[in-house]
Design a protein around this ligand. Structure first.
Ligand code: TRP
Length: 339
């Protein structure tokens, strides 16, 4: 992270695309930091990025609508506190869209095509030149998400670093042309910036179907852990096993708080004599202990969706006031403040 702002000056903003429920990758990559920072920051914002989700889901509006509630539930269940964090819905603040449109003049097509995260997402989705224009420019719209609130600290997963870089380029261009208006922003990645998927793929992701969700039942967690990739040459319990690249050990390193026992297990495993099932049972238990209280709180909250929508509506009103102020300032700086 570059230059974390002074504690009393921290304005945090983060968000999720509502394309599905959130998983452990979100939890360790970003949510844990959100929870910590909401207690330290001068202001804290959380956005459901439904407009961004629509950039590659234009034909699935229902999916995005349903998941708007789901991601809000996930965050509330983890402990995001609406008294500390202003939670809002992106699409309900038109000023963000206007700001994005103004920022687009400051970014070239070549630069958009170079964003590594967008590039790999385009590849994964097989877009090629047929990429929706809105998708290609979503990093610009993300800059507007961040800058309308004058946020300066963005807790995100590692894949979001390129968005912060692009935001800072926009800050620099804007200030140079229209006068000092925005400050550069920093990102903060979690202790585990990128969690491997249950299949050993480098990233846990919904589209790769390799995730453990914050809403998963104990049975589902156990089933997913039992299917995890270990060491293909560790066939008999007595065979010596490999710890490096073994997904179960990677997860134990991250989630099991008893580091000494994990170190002992690694020794045993390397020597031979420790079966995968024992190891997996342990991991399933560790993960259940983390997820169960979240899932239970989530189930309670889900009984009252109206209350969750009220939280979002309230937060949206509050965030919008900031957006209107920032946009007035931007219009003045850009000499389009006519009436
Ligand atoms: N791009 C982020 C993701 O896919 C979501 C997001 C949208 C976001 N706007 C943001 C994150 C602003 C941080 C700040 O997870």
């Amino acid at each position: 992270m570059e230059n974390k702002p002074e504690t009393k000056e921290i304005i945090v903003l983060t968000g999720d695309r509502p394309t599905g429920k959130l998983h452990l990758g979100h939890f360790v990559g970003s949510i844990q930091n959100r929870l910590k920072l909401q207690n330290e920051a001068k202001k804290s914002f959380y956005m459901v990025a439904d407009m961004q989700a629509l950039t590659d889901n234009a034909e699935n509006p229902e999916k995005i609508r349903i998941n708007t509630l789901e991601v809000a539930l996930d965050n509330l269940a983890c402990g995001l506190d609406p008294a500390k964090t202003t939670m809002f819905i992106q699409s309900q603040i038109p000023e963000i869209a206007e700001l994005a449109l103004l920022f687009m003049n400051l970014v070239t097509l070549a630069r958009l095509k170079r964003n590594p995260t967008v590039k790999s997402e385009m590849q994964q989705k097989g877009f090629g030149e047929d990429v929706p224009a809105g998708f290609l420019v979503y990093p610009v719209s993300q800059a507007a998400d961040i800058l309308f609130a004058k946020a300066n600290l963005i807790p995100v997963g590692e894949d979001q670093k390129p968005m912060i870089e692009q935001t800072n380029e926009i800050v620099d261009s804007f200030n140079r042309i229209y006068g000092d208006t925005f400050k550069r922003v920093s990102h903060l990645v979690g202790e585990t910036p990128r969690l491997v998927g249950t299949d050993g793929n480098s990233k846990m992701s919904k589209s790769l179907n390799n995730g453990i969700y914050l809403s998963d039942s104990d049975e589902t967690i156990e089933k997913k852990v039992m299917e995890m990739y270990t060491d293909p040459n560790h066939i008999h319990v007595t065979d010596p096993g490999k710890v490096e690249g073994n997904v179960v050990f990677m997860y134990l390193d991250i989630f099991d708080t008893n580091k000494e026992e994990v170190a002992d297990l690694k020794e045993q495993y390397k020597k031979g004599g420790l079966g995968d099932v024992i190891l997996k049972k342990r991991l399933a238990k560790v993960l259940s202990e983390i997820i169960t209280p979240i899932r239970e709180k989530r189930e309670k909250l889900a009984e009252n969706p109206k209350m969750v929508m009220d939280i979002l509506e309230e937060g949206t009103k509050k965030a919008r006031e900031e957006a209107i102020q920032t946009l007035n300032e931007v219009r003045r700086a850009m000499k389009i403040d006519f009436f």
